[in-house]
Design a protein. Structure first.
Length: 76
């Protein structure tokens, strides 16, 4: 049941990102644990930088934007 809620949230985030920002995004994908539970959504931008979106059942979320492989910068 808990995984279903997160699955719905992550699905919504993927839909919004891929539709609203399609000109800036190369790929949107769910990242799963070995158990098959979705851990986060990764948004890869056209410049190869990426944004990881983590969401918890408590409603807390975390964003991690990285372009380290491009110019050495990381933002949290």
């Amino acid at each position: 049941m808990k995984e279903d809620v997160l699955e719905t949230i992550y699905g919504y985030l993927m839909t919004v990102a891929s539709k609203k920002y399609r000109d800036s995004i190369r790929e949107v994908a769910k990242v799963e644990l070995a158990s098959g539970v979705v851990e986060k959504v990764r948004v890869v931008f056209v410049d190869s930088s990426f944004l990881d979106i983590y969401w918890s059942l408590s409603g807390r979320y975390s964003l991690h934007y990285e372009r380290k492989h491009i110019d050495g910068t990381v933002t949290q």
